[in-house]
Design a protein around this ligand. Structure first.
Ligand code: ZN
Length: 215
C-alpha cells in the first residue's frame, strides 16, 4: 500500500527506508521523519493491552528515578509558580507526583488511563510529552489541540529517543521494535515541527529531551 503523505509535514516525497519482520518504515524526504504507514498500525485495543502489560506504578523505584532525572532537568527551565500539564501521563501520574514534591502543580492527562477533560479549559506554562510523541497517530492534530492550552511564552518539553545516525543502527535499533512506536524524530524533523508550530526554537536540554518555546 503506497503511503500518501508524511504525518508531520504533509509532504508526499516519501521513500521506503527500512524493513523488518514486523513492519515497513518510511522516510519523508522533506522533514526526515521516519514513520510507519497508518494502515499498518495495531488496533487501539491492542495498543492499550501493551500499555497495560508494562504499566508502571508509583512504587517502581527504577522508573521513578528515571522520571526524577528528567523532571529535574525540566525544573531548571521553569519559573516559580509555573503550572504544567503531563500529556500522555500513562497509568501512574508519576510526573505529577514527583512535581508535587517540589511544590509544582501539574495536571495529568492520558487518553487511555486518565481522560481528564478538564484540561481543555485550562492554561499552562508548560506541557510535558514524555515518551508520547512516538506513539501519536496524528501528531500534528494532537499538538494543535494542546498548543492553545499554553500561556504566552509557554514551553513544551518533549522526550523521545532521537533517531540513530545511520541506517545500519536503525535496522538494529530496539526502540523501533515496540509496535506502539510509530514515528521517529531526527533534529531536522524537530526543526520542521518547531517551524510548523511557530515555536521560537527547539533546544536539546538533556539526553533525548527537547524544549520548544512558544513565541
Ligand atoms: Zn515530512
Amino acid at each position: 500500500m503506497p503511503v500518501s503523505s508524511c504525518p508531520l509535514c504533509g509532504e508526499n516525497q516519501i521513500n521506503e527506508y527500512s524493513k523488518d519482520i514486523i513492519r515497513l518504515y518510511h522516510r519523508c524526504l522533506s522533514c526526515h521523519l521516519i514513520f510507519v504507514s497508518r494502515d499498518e498500525l495495531i488496533t487501539l485495543d491492542e495498543e492499550k493491552k501493551r500499555y497495560d502489560a508494562h504499566e508502571n506504578n508509583l512504587e517502581d523505584q527504577g522508573y521513578r528515578f528515571y522520571l526524577e532525572n528528567i523532571f529535574s532537568i525540566i525544573q531548571s527551565h521553569l519559573s516559580p509558580g509555573d503550572r504544567g500539564l503531563d500529556f500522555g501521563c500513562g497509568h501512574s501520574k508519576m510526573i505529577e507526583d514527583i512535581a508535587a514534591q517540589h511544590n509544582i502543580l501539574i495536571d495529568s492527562f492520558d487518553l487511555f488511563y486518565h481522560p481528564n477533560e478538564k484540561i481543555w479549559n485550562e492554561k499552562y506554562d508548560f506541557i510535558i510529552l514524555s515518551e508520547v510523541i512516538e506513539h501519536l497517530r496524528s501528531p500534528v492534530e494532537e499538538l494543535q489541540r494542546i498548543q492553545p492550552l499554553l500561556n504566552e511564552n509557554g514551553k513544551i518539553f518533549i522526550k523521545t529517543k532521537l533517531l540513530p545516525k545511520t541506517k545500519l543502527e536503525f535496522d538494529q535499533w530496539f526502540y523501533k521494535r515496540d509496535k506502539t512506536h510509530i514515528q521517529f524524530f531526527s533534529r531536522e524533523a524537530f526543526d520542521k515541527l518547531s517551524e510548523k508550530f511557530q515555536f521560537e526554537s527547539s533546544v536539546e536540554i538533556g539526553e533525548d529531551l527537547f524544549l520548544f518555546k512558544a513565541k
